[in-house]
Design a protein around this ligand. Sequence first.
Ligand SMILES: [Zn+2]
Length: 87
Amino acid sequence: MKAGIHPAYEPVNVVCACGSTFQTRSTHKGDLRVEICASCHPFFTGRQKLIDTEGRVDRFQKKFAKAREIQAQKKAATDAKASRKVQ
Ligand SMILES: [Zn+2]
């Protein structure tokens, strides 16, 4: 190898959200944090499961609940208007 033109290719630790870790080599500096790996991906485990890494599904459902609440409020307001017109 020619000196001075290659990036440092050091061993790095890969840390998955499922808790498993393994070592590899990379030009990346510091540890790698991944959300899915071979020991937790359904393709490799062979079982179907909801992949909820770091509470993303939970966060999405919270966001969605808020939108539903707003819709319900709007509907209540229009219903109230409609009932007033009838009288
Ligand atoms: Zn994993």
